[in-house]
Design a protein around this ligand. Structure first.
Ligand code: HEC
Length: 139
């Protein structure tokens, strides 16, 4: 195999570690998702690109709009994840992390709707910490 053929596919793989969700879910469709893994792929698709903004002290209207859209998905995902409690190793603690995720998504939505950059940045950080905390315990 020549060098060009072997380097290009590796580069493409690195750019997309997490598979995309199967569909372009609207918030009201999140409750139909059958697996935690698919909920996670959706969360990664919508939330990961925003985490880099969390230290900003101000946001453009476009950034607020993207955060609001992601926040609606996060709220729906938090509520839906709670319904997996009791399956396998997902105990009450999993439910607590799920509830927190939903509340933080709610705070993010509220902050974006009231043009509150500080609140929105704090909510993004809180969401990121909850992703991490739940992964340490349940992933
Ligand atoms: C309530 C617990 C919980 C929260 C909160 C949580 N996760 Fe997860 N996450 C999991 C578990 C459990 C898995 C393993 C799922 C599996 O493979 O079946 C996982 C797996 C993942 C994966 C791997 C998906 C794949 O393709 O295998 C990604 C990416 C991910 N989470 C992103 C996120 C992001 C981003 C957030 C926050 C916005 C988040 N998660 C919040 C529990 C959680």
């Amino acid at each position: 195999m020549n060098l060009r053929m072997s380097v290009v596919p590796l580069f493409l793989m690195a750019a997309s570690c997490v598979p995309k969700p199967e569909r372009n879910y609207a918030p009201e469709q999140v409750s139909e998702i059958a697996s935690v893994q698919e909920v996670m792929r959706l969360l990664a698709e919508r939330a990961d690109p925003l985490f880099g903004l969390r230290e900003q002290t101000n946001f453009t209207q476009e950034e607020f709009a993207r955060m609001a859209q992601a926040a609606e998905i996060i709220v729906a995902a938090g509520a839906h994840l709670e319904t997996f409690v009791g399956q396998g190793t997902f105990d009450e603690g999993f439910g607590t992390h799920s509830k927190e995720l939903g509340q933080q998504g709610g705070a993010m939505l509220e902050a974006t709707e009231s043009n509150n950059p500080k609140g929105a940045g704090e909510a993004l950080s809180a969401v990121k910490n909850t992703c991490k905390d739940c992964h340490s315990a349940y992933r």
